[in-house]
Design a protein around this ligand. Structure first.
Ligand code: C5P
Length: 224
């Protein structure tokens, strides 16, 4: 069974998807982590992130993997733990041009579907921007999570603060707006609501409430 979850930055998607997959005993795919890892590899190898041929050649030469270890996410680039390194503001800013490249998205789709095969007959929870519309357009259950821009900026602020990084809420709101614009407007793999998605506004909801809501929906579909 495939559960696909999309939504904009700060909608609570990653936290909720991780908790949901743990509760379901599912394999978890964070597709954003793959784009972030490719951006990190570009920076490390000094590959021009405007040059699609060069980015694609690099992508094909590296190994990106991810797993959950003791409840925490571990992202690997050629076997090296880059879980922290991919979450910096520099990497966040470096991803959009890469994520807008058609051939990169095509190759990502192949890798993401291959990763999904790990679930075998079990469950997969996949989250990102185009999981419900393209990569797992045939998913059994689809969700679109959203929240008001201010709440999303506040969540990013709290997340960074926990890591000891102080960034003003206004700056984060601008960063989120820039990412929204590029995620929504790009020609391929744009963020949009799939017709058969269950849309949940998480603005006034706590994480546990959202996870409960998704879990119940998945269980009810399982029983059908
Ligand atoms: O989900 P996260 O914020 O970590 O994703 C980082 C960036 O990767 C997003 O801003 C988006 O541009 C890109 N992305 C994407 N398609 C996905 C997942 C993420 O384009 N399926």
């Amino acid at each position: 069974m495939i559960v696909a979850i999309d939504g904009p930055a700060g909608s609570g998607k990653s936290t909720v998807s991780r908790l949901l997959s743990a509760r379901l005993g599912a394999v978890y795919l964070d597709s954003g982590a793959m784009y972030r890892t490719l951006a990190l590899a570009c920076m490390e190898e000094k590959v021009d992130t405007e040059n699609e041929d060069a980015v694609l050649a690099l992508f094909k030469s590296i190994d990106i993997d991810q797993k959950i270890v003791e409840g925490g996410q571990v992202v690997l680039l050629n076997g090296r733990d880059v879980s922290e390194a991919i979450r910096t503001l520099e990497i966040t800013a470096a991803v959009p041009p890469i994520a807008a490249m058609p051939r990169i998205r095509e190759q990502m789709r192949v890798c993401q579907r291959a990763f999904g095969e790990k679930a075998g007959d079990g469950m997969l929870v996949a989250e990102g921007r185009d999981m419900t519309t393209i990569v797992f357009a045939d998913a059994d259950v689809k969700f679109y999570l959203d929240a008001s821009p201010m709440v999303r900026a506040q969540r990013r602020h709290n997340e960074l603060k926990q890591k000891g990084v102080e960034v003003g809420i206004e700056e984060l709101a601008r960063e989120i707006e820039r990412r929204d614009n590029s995620d929504i407007r790009r020609e391929v793999g744009a963020l949009k609501i799939a017709e058969d998605s269950v849309v949940i506004d998480t603005t006034g909801l706590g994480i546990d409430q959202v996870v409960d809501r998704l879990y119940e929906e998945v269980q009810s579909r399982r029983g059908r």
